[in-house]
Design a protein around this ligand. Sequence first.
Ligand code: SDX
Length: 431
Amino acid sequence: MAETSKTATLSIDGKDFELPMHSPTAGPDVIDIRKLYGQAGVFTYDPGFTSTASCDSTITFIDGDKGELLHRGYPIDQLAEKSHYLEVCFLLLYGYLPKAAELEKFENTITRHTMIHEQMYNFFRGFRRDAHPMAIMVGVVGAMAAFYHDSTDINDPRQREIASHRLIAKMPTIAAMAYKYSVGQPFVYPRNDLDYAANFLHMCFSVPAEEYVVDPILSRAMDRIFTLHADHEQNASTSTVRLASSSGANPFACIAAGIACLWGPAHGGANQACLEMLKEIGDPENIPEYIARAKDKNDSFRLMGFGHRVYKNFDPRAKVMKQSADEVLDLLGVENNPILATAKELEKQAVADPYFAEKKLFPNVDFYSGIILEAMGFPTSMFTPIFALSRTVGWISQWKEMLNDPQNKIGRPRQLYLGETERDYVDIENR
Ligand code: SDX
């Protein structure tokens, strides 16, 4: 816990309460309210936790005003440029950049955990072919507790580590299987001679009928998408994983809970919703109508891929993602992709619009990722599973940090009750 630098005085009905404050290494000071209810008999009220620190953490730092994202202190644009996903996984999990031998050992371990239990193939076949891949991922990842029971004891550090490696290693296999199942093609086993991103593309797009060669530019772009989505401090799905874990639930159940939360269109589902919105807009001449709808308080429509709870200047990931989008579309000879043209024109008009400027709504990580994924050949239904695959290391790193935190206790928020006060039951004949 950070040192207690100063105190805040809260005055209620003329009585003063001293609350300790803690200073972080970066970001705002926090007021420690853990004893407030005991001392003053009041709760704090913060729906959506917009001003509440739920924990302390050393993993990721975001400065929403500066558009800054650091993983263990390293800026996301440097990691996206100079590192690669499995090295970022090591950094998030262990807190430092590995030496060559450590990285090789880690990559070797992950590579050799990419296959899933053969009986899970039967589990897959229980789903309808048109099941959304996220429904499959929630089910299959939760079911891992039934197949990998030997790494569910959260009080055993070795079992925690094995579960971490299994989840990071097997998520691409599970996501690729969900895709293959939805298109009626045979499952493709992972290959140990391919790196993480290339292996995922191989498992998604190779077919037994012919040789599939992974294009290095596509696997680099895929790896960059994984890196840009790896962790993002206490977002909704990470907070879900922490809350599930606080009850002592096994790691597979906790990650399945995170996947379920990520599925929502306000969160990880936004990349699918964003591309569907761009397709609905179609021609750039329709953009003003959609911008007007997004501004209309009587219209529930929102510009998917815009806005963020924390970033109120720009999402640094969107900047890197936009650069990748240009590279991938140039490579695929679809630089004239009409959806990209609409996306770029939408961004230009929205960012120039006073409404979006005053509300501080800028393209977020989901705005360009969908364009890249579609250009690579993924259906929109696979966008959020890819986000979930990438974010697994962030969920696991935060889960691990929480279990190692001596302050860890079951999460149990309170409420502002506005319901009926006590009243007697009324027999049906008297109602
Ligand atoms: C992710 O938390 C994370 O870190 C998430 C994430 C991660 O890596 O884990 O970054 C991933 O989830 C990115 C966000 C993806 N979601 C979307 O793109 C969906 C569209 N965006 C919105 O739903 C919204 O911007 C949120 C949910 C992302 C953030 O909402 P906030 O911060 O709670 O803001 P708000 O809903 O209170 O809106 C503030 C104002 C409102 O107007 P007023 O009530 O003040 O008049 O801005 C408006 C909103 O109506 N607004 C939008 C808008 N987003 C907010 N208006 C039009 N289009 C939008 N996209």
